[in-house]
Ligand binder design. Structure first.
Ligand SMILES: Nc1ncnc2c1ncn2[C@@H]1O[C@H](COP(=O)(O)OP(=O)(O)O)[C@@H](O)[C@H]1O
Ligand SMILES: [Mg+2]
Length: 399
């Protein structure tokens, strides 16, 4: 009922680096949505939590107790992230209207396989939203992906709807590239109808780079700051060719990827060396795999379908200057920008996106784009856990 809402978006991605929290003022909904990012805060996972998440997300055998405990623990950590966000923004929890929480993906298989005699695809995001609703008092929407999968979609990517709201343009054709652990693109031609939006995961983003850096520095460094390590190395051509031969890169969209495809197993080729390779060359090669797989996806799967002028980059990988330099060199026909140039800091974009998607659900608007996820039809995404403010949200009790 309110003209403008204060919405928190929470995102924890495949990099397992921490919780990103965005405080967004949202006016309206649907295609008329206007936003203002009021504050952004990132809370890193401590190494114990990260190690547990990594065990689960890498597909190692763990007990149901570990998964159940992690689900509750993350819910508590998410609510603490909201406290910190509000403190930093100097606002009271009571002023918040809504929280949208993506959760932590610990499993995502979008292609069905036979299980108990049935063809099953599934996804699992954890981070119990009941703790957000209870500890903050704010109604929380979470678990956005399963509804799209139940409608025959791949459950991902969901940010294209947000990209369409925020970045569609009458004159410029745009590709939005988010470089998180995994890299994904959204293609939006000039003056588009929503059904013209295409999106898919191109493959690895920062994940293999992070794994190599962490392994060689014994976790002292968590990533290649600004791509400085890669810049001082050389590509190892045989290894690059081997990694780029992965069948995922030749698949046609819709397609989604995760740690299952580009995590420890994929990266083992960069690590299982006889000691003759230098660290900088391995980081450089991992970076080149990301640059070339993104450039190939855009050249072969996006540009033949739509006229595109600009490439707008977000995600933590947008701060890897060497990776951006390589993308500019591989895609000279595109103007390469960062989402910061449009008022949304690169590291905040996905958290902002889940604030917008929660606002869509609150307004009973669909949030998936079937041409991006492969769903049979648009659906209203997510599940709602009511906080103390739910009556006010419905306009029953005036605030
Ligand atoms: N200054 C930087 N230089 C290079 N890479 C960076 C920088 N800051 C963040 N990153 C990369 O971004 C990753 C986090 O990106 P993020 O968008 O949070 O991914 P995810 O959504 O998978 O969690 C880090 O693990 C790191 O690889
Ligand atoms: Mg992250």
């Amino acid at each position: 009922m309110k003209e403008s809402r204060l919405v928190v978006g929470l995102m924890t991605g495949t990099s397992l680096d921490g919780v990103d929290a965005a405080l967004v003022e949202i006016i309206g909904s649907g295609l008329l949505t206007q936003i203002k990012l009021k504050y952004f805060y990132s809370v890193p996972f401590d190494s114990k939590v990260r190690d547990q998440l990594l065990r689960v997300a890498s597909g190692r055998l763990v007990s149901a107790q570990v998964i159940s405990h992690l689900n509750f623990l993350l819910g508590i950590l998410y609510s603490e992230a909201v406290f910190k966000l509000c403190k930093g923004a100097r606002i009271d929890l009571h002023q918040l209207d809504l929280i949208g929480s993506h959760g932590q993906t610990i499993f995502h298989q979008s292609e069905p396989s036979v299980f108990c005699g049935r063809k099953i695809a599934s996804t699992l995001q954890i981070g119990e939203p009941s703790f957000l609703a209870e500890n903050t008092g704010v109604t929380t929407i979470s678990d956005f992906r399963p509804r799209d999968m139940a409608a025959g979609g791949k459950g991902a990517p969901l940010i294209p709807y947000v990209d369409y709201i925020l970045f569609r343009d009458l004159r410029q054709g745009r590709v939005l590239l988010n470089i998180g652990g995994i890299a994904n693109v959204t293609s939006i031609p000039a003056s588009p109808k929503i059904i013209q939006v295409r999106a898919f995961d191109t493959g690895p983003g920062n994940m293999p780079i992070d794994i190599v850096v962490r392994r060689f520095t014994q976790n002292e460094k968590k990533f290649d700051h600004r791509g400085e390590i890669a810049r001082s190395g050389k590509v190892i051509p045989t290894l690059l060719e081997d990694l780029l031969a992965d069948p995922y890169f030749a698949l046609k969209p819709p397609k989604t990827a995760g740690r299952e495809q580009f995590g420890e197993h994929f990266t083992s080729k960069l690590l299982d060396q006889d000691g003759s390779r230098c660290f900088e060359d391995l980081v450089c090669t991992a970076t080149e795999v990301t640059a070339q797989s993104v450039a190939r996806a855009i050249t072969e799967l996006v540009l033949p379908q739509a006229h595109i002028d600009q490439l707008i980059i977000s995600g933590g990988g947008a701060y890897n200057d060497f990776l951006l330099q390589r993308l500019r060199a591989l895609l000279p026909q595109l103007e390469v920008l960062r989402s910061d140039d449009f008022g949304i800091p690169a590291n905040a974009k996905e958290a902002v996106g889940f604030a917008i998607l929660a606002n869509e659900t609150l307004n009973l608007h669909s949030g998936n784009i079937p041409s991006a996820t492969g769903a049979r039809h648009p659906v209203v995404l997510g599940k709602v856990v009511c906080g103390n403010n739910y009556k006010r949200l419905r306009g029953i009790v005036k605030s």
